[in-house]
Design a binder for this molecule. Structure first.
Ligand code: NAG
Ligand code: NAG
Ligand code: NAG
Ligand code: NAG
Ligand code: NAG
Ligand code: NAG
Length: 371
């Protein structure tokens, strides 16, 4: 999940202040909006600064963005931009909406690379790895009982989807529960990474922690995995909570989504993007989600859920950021180099792209097909 330790945060701020940044504060004239080829969407300082090797010399202060991350920062050509939203779904939805409603940008052909870090489900991936998602699921919409209040016949399944009487019933929808992305674009990014034969960063502490698990995805060396995102504001740790989330993700997505990365951000970003797409301000089939896996969402045998979250240094944070940059920059460099031949007119997909309500048209492969 996206909370670094205080120490890492402090080091990151120090590192940030050491960067000297040539800047242009000038507002673009409204008559000439900026049309980046890619907008990289980040959540906080360590995620933002991995992109500084692109030399982000053009700063555009965005009205309404939080002061710490006021600027959308772009390369001299304005082809590659980075925005930072702060954390959590609500703020992200608002920041995205401010972005696409701003006259400063024309995002109709822009690709959005949602690039952050999060927790990892050891059944599908491992710390240091990078998830390329096709589905994004919001986890916390629902009703809950805990501890001795739990009806006895529900064992550890305590999370009830909205307005149903049993965890196995499909709930009534708010609309932000599931998003489907362009699978062809996701697969293209995965193939670019495979072709480039990137060597993924790793470290001995992460290796040792992985080796405590008894099953394969957790124990494997970090790489790119095609698996999905589950967002919730709750930063859980442990088998019981994780099993509830797996159950819910399976139910709400009709078995299409397999979450490997968990974070507090992405469904907010998706909700903002969806509304922009509904108004023709951006193209929902140009979204790539790449998420670095910083820490396991449940412990290996022999450790408690508390130890997993609070005590053990898993050391996935730095390596997953490095690997996220390796994956993201592979995509970005291809995007810029092959813009006209491959990307300008979009990457065609066979699958449904949009939200659970079908607000962009088409027939979702999850949910009831309408809201
Ligand atoms: C935004 O960019 C301007 C111009 O480069 C710079 O002076 C300012 O410090 C930046 N703000 C933040 C929060 O980075
Ligand atoms: C960024 O600027 C540095 C120093 O001028 C240069 O060496 C590097 O190649 C530039 N990187 C990119 C991606 O343009
Ligand atoms: C935005 O860019 C598209 C594609 O280049 C163009 O067709 C459209 O007119 C532009 N919109 C505005 C408001 O500049
Ligand atoms: C579980 O118990 C509740 C409360 O007693 C009851 O209403 C419900 O039907 C039971 N559900 C199942 C699946 O047995
Ligand atoms: C990929 O890189 C590894 C080292 O990182 C090397 O052993 C392997 O031969 C490379 N494979 C290809 C197909 O280039
Ligand atoms: C998803 O599951 C629900 C409940 O079982 C069902 O009503 C709905 O038709 C299913 N949707 C799809 C696309 O299979």
């Amino acid at each position: 999940m996206v909370r670094p330790t205080l120490l890492v945060g402090a080091l990151a701020s120090l590192a940030l202040s050491l960067f000297t940044r040539a800047t242009l504060a000038a507002h673009h004239p409204a008559s000439e909006p900026i049309s980046p080829k890619v907008m990289i969407i980040t959540g906080f300082t360590p995620e933002r600064e991995i992109w500084y090797p692109y030399n982000l010399t053009n700063d555009y202060p965005m009205p309404g963005f939080i002061p710490t991350y006021q600027n959308v920062s772009c390369t001299a050509s304005d082809e590659i931009c980075v925005m930072t939203m702060g954390q959590a779904e609500i703020g992200n939805g608002i920041a995205m909406t401010l972005l696409w409603s701003s006259p400063m940008f024309n995002l109709t052909e822009t690709y959005f690379l949602i690039a952050g870090i999060g927790g990892v489900n050891p059944r599908y991936s491992t710390i240091g790895g990078v998830a390329l998602a096709r589905y994004v699921v919001q986890v916390e919409m629902g009703m809950a009982f805990a501890g001795s209040d739990l009806p006895a016949n529900f064992s550890d399944l305590y999370f009830f989807p909205s307005f149903v009487t049993s965890p196995n019933q499909y709930p009534s929808l708010a609309g932000t529960e599931v998003y489907g992305l362009n699978g062809a674009l996701r697969d293209k990014v995965a193939s670019l990474v495979a072709e480039k034969n990137i060597s993924f960063a790793d470290n001995p502490t992460a290796q040792a922690y992985r080796s405590k698990y008894t099953y394969a995805p957790a124990r494997a060396a970090p790489t790119v995995d095609k698996c999905d995102v589950a967002s919730a504001e709750v930063y859980w740790s442990g088998e019981v909570y994780a099993r509830n989330v797996e159950y819910y993700v399976d139910l709400i997505s009709n078995g299409t989504a397999k979450y490997c990365n968990t974070n507090e951000d992405d469904t907010g970003t998706m909700a903002g993007l969806l509304r922009g797409a509904m108004l023709g301000k951006l193209d929902f089939s140009r979204i790539v989600i790449a998420k670095g896996n910083s820490d396991f969402d449940r412990p290996p045998p022999g450790l408690s859920a508390y130890q997993n979250l609070m005590e053990v240094a898993q050391n996935g944070f730095e390596i997953c950021l490095q690997n996220l940059f390796a994956v993201g920059s592979t995509f970005i460099n291809d995007l810029v180099a092959n813009w006209h031949s491959t990307y300008k007119h979009g990457v065609k997909t066979q699958n449904y792209v949009g939200d659970v309500c079908g607000y962009l048209g088409g027939t979702p492969d999850f949910g009831p097909g309408h809201c």
